[in-house]
Design a binder for this molecule. Sequence first.
Ligand code: AMP
Length: 123
Amino acid sequence: MAYDNDNIFAKILRGEIPNATVYEDESVLAFNDIAPKTPVHVLVIPKRPYVDMDDFSVNGAPEEIGNFFAKVGEIARSLGLHEGGYRVVSNNGANAGQIVPHFHVHIMGGQKIREGSMARGME
Ligand code: AMP
């Protein structure tokens, strides 16, 4: 699937849509989910255009992939989530119900998450 430059996270990266930034550096942006499912619900995205986890894992450089997931852990820790625990989820494609076609991971925490529930499983 080709990357869609008009997806909502691409617009956020271009500054066309506001976001509540939690962390930003040259390669990564983290911001609060607009419809949080848990008390802390942050999305982390690479700034480079990848459609989904599959695209990122196939086409991202190993250093880029390693750096991204290290940042996910650092961001979770900076939010204090390492104390009580947290969940990291990435919905990939139709079967997972991925809505926004720019690769992202959800960091969810701040409460006990029901066993087996996924990113939208708090419903
Ligand atoms: P998914 O693609 O299924 O992993 O989920 C996309 C996530 O993006 C959902 O949790 C939405 O609430 C969230 N979302 C959609 N638009 C925005 C936005 N403008 N700012 C922050 N989060 C958003």
